[in-house]
Design a protein around this ligand. Structure first.
Ligand SMILES: [Mg+2]
Length: 214
């Protein structure tokens, strides 16, 4: 079972959105609405066009922001503040997850395509403040998002993390491809199991999965 597959792991990398809280919280509905509004305001397009562009950039560049920067030279600072200005009322503290993360041996970090200040707010709402050694947002990856391998390399170099002794927990299967190539153990955290060579493990219960590893 998973336990021996993780015996060599001394660094634990977590995505934030829909990984450290359940997708049922639907925070992305709020973020997407704000992204669409931002695209409408900045590019002077209507709602339907903005929605289309948001999805198109996500599919092509990994994030809407990456597309806006590449194709329109948008300043990422105001964008990150604007789209993450959402209500976290649907998040509740998760003591079980907090305990499971606390028990992990070694370094624990968060790496999100959102911003680090937003990640801090989400972690606080989940009762996970102080459990991570570092929190990296896309601003720490020179605004290059996951799934780009360069994004992971930038963050891991900053952190001094050795990928071959690390594990990655993520809900977006695209974002596990580079970690797999780099020699990490990959865990897909999602309601549905997906079969792909770059996905080593699947769980729909992150706390339960983690508690079986130590
Ligand atoms: Mg996510």
């Amino acid at each position: 079972m998973p336990r021996e597959k993780f015996a060599h792991v001394d660094a634990w990398v977590f995505d934030l959105d829909n990984t450290l809280y359940p997708p049922q919280a639907r925070l992305f509905d709020q973020i997407e609405a704000r992204m669409t509004q931002f695209v409408m305001d900045q590019l002077g397009v209507d709602h339907a066009r903005a929605n289309h562009l948001r999805r198109h950039y996500w599919g092509t560049y990994g994030t809407t922001l990456a597309g806006l920067m590449r194709e329109h030279g948008i300043d990422p600072g105001p964008y990150l503040v604007e789209v993450h200005d959402i209500s976290l009322d649907h998040l509740v503290p998760d003591p079980e997850l907090a305990a499971a993360i606390t028990d992990l041996p070694g370094r624990r970090i968060v790496f999100t395509n959102g911003s680090a200040p937003y990640a801090e707010r989400v972690l606080a709402a989940r009762g996970l403040t102080g459990l991570f050694d570092a929190i990296y947002g896309v601003e720490h990856a020179e605004f290059r998002p996951k799934p780009e391998r360069q994004a992971f390399e930038t963050i891991f170099a900053q952190d001094g993390l050795a990928p071959e002794r690390a594990a990655m927990f993520e809900d977006d299967p695209r974002n596990l491809a580079a970690p797999h190539e780099m020699g990490m153990r990959t865990v897909h955290v999602a309601p549905d199991r997906l079969h792909a060579a770059h996905i080593h493990h699947h769980t729909d219960d992150l706390s339960g999965f983690l508690s079986k590893l130590v």
